[in-house]
Design a protein around this ligand. Structure first.
Ligand code: GDP
Ligand code: MG
Ligand code: K
Length: 298
């Protein structure tokens, strides 16, 4: 859904281990994500948490590859890190106020030279230093990179965290609420899979089914042997549309499923069993709460 003036976007948090990235995410989003972010890193970008309020939604994503020393990075990882830094709306570079500038920080700053996105310097743990030392630190970092914003915080005590969120919001474009308000983390592929299915429906049914069709992912489950089972519901407004999507003896739905499954298998890199349902829900577009359940976006 595109509420008038609603802002949303993607933010990458980078920084050496122990600077307080998880503590910050926990403070603004809640306990749940700590578990997510401590999972071993995959090569894919991971959603670490979703922060939602009335006017904005911020999706925090992890940037694999950037935390490691340069010589150990494969080309692939470097590429992912660079692509991520190109695509996000804001990059947060978090450092520890209580420690000096380290080799790891310098390495990250080098990598940052490649992004044109606004980079914030977030100086965390300010509860551990004096205001004078903080000013010195700011001066030092300022000479190293043209940071869009410099925001000192204490993630642990909560100081200035609201100001940081306010600053992020200033840099977000207008956009949809990608995730339901009560959802702080997600299977990162969930949204992409629903879009893949929706695309096949629109493509195969041409003009007969309106773009208002929505796809809800009911379940994604990994079972023995590494196969992934996906259940999804295609939601339409009229029984006639349901008929078109199902097709003669289910032939249309079968084709949608076949094509979508091929895409999803490429995305996940594993065998996929995709089960599709079609549901009529009259005027669902007008009902806000149902919209949220549907995870709908335009
Ligand atoms: P990460 O590796 O960047 O995710 O760092 P963590 O969030 O796991 O934090 C590492 C350690 O720093 C933990 O012991 C935190 O409690 C501590 N820490 C995080 N933020 C602050 C802060 O603002 N002040 C202080 N004093 N400690 C903090
Ligand atoms: Mg962490
Ligand atoms: K996640």
């Amino acid at each position: 859904m595109n509420k008038q003036g609603y802002k949303s976007g993607f933010v990458s948090i980078i920084g050496r281990p122990n600077v307080g990235k998880s503590t910050f995410l926990n403070r603004i989003i809640g306990q749940k994500i700590a578990i997510m972010s401590d999972k071993p890193q995959t090569t894919r970008n991971k959603i670490q948490g979703v922060y939602t309020e009335n006017e904005a939604q911020v999706i925090f994503i992890d940037t694999p590859g950037i935390h490691k020393p340069k010589h150990k990075l494969g080309d692939f990882m470097v590429k992912i890190a660079q692509n991520t830094l190109k695509e996000v709306d804001v990059v947060l570079f978090m450092v520890n106020a209580a420690e000096g500038l380290g080799r790891g920080d310098e390495y990250i700053i080098e990598t940052l030279q490649q992004t044109k996105r606004p980079v914030f310097l977030v100086i965390n743990k300010i509860d551990q230093i004096s205001p004078d030392d903080l000013l010195l630190l700011i001066d030092k970092y300022r000479t190293l990179y043209p940071f869009a914003e410099i925001v000192p915080i204490s993630a642990l005590e909560g100081n200035n965290v609201d100001a940081l969120i306010g600053a992020i919001k200033k840099y977000l474009p207008e956009g949809p609420q990608y995730y339901p308000a009560d959802q702080v983390t997600d299977h990162p592929e969930r949204f992409i899979i629903s879009e893949m299915i929706r695309e096949k429906v629109l493509h195969l049914t041409r003009e007969e089914v309106p773009h208002s069709v929505a796809v809800v992912i009911d379940a994604i489950e990994k079972r023995g042997g590494g196969a992934v089972y996906v259940n999804a519901t295609i939601v339409v407004e009229r029984p006639s549309q349901k008929g078109i999507i199902i097709g003669k003896q289910g032939s249309m739905l079968k084709e949608v499923g076949k094509r979508a499954r091929q895409d999803v298998e490429l995305l996940l890199g594993s065998k996929v069993f995709l089960e599709l349902w079609v549901k009529v829900q009259k005027d669902w577009r007008n009902r806000m709460s149902q919209l949220r359940d549907l995870g709908f976006r335009e």
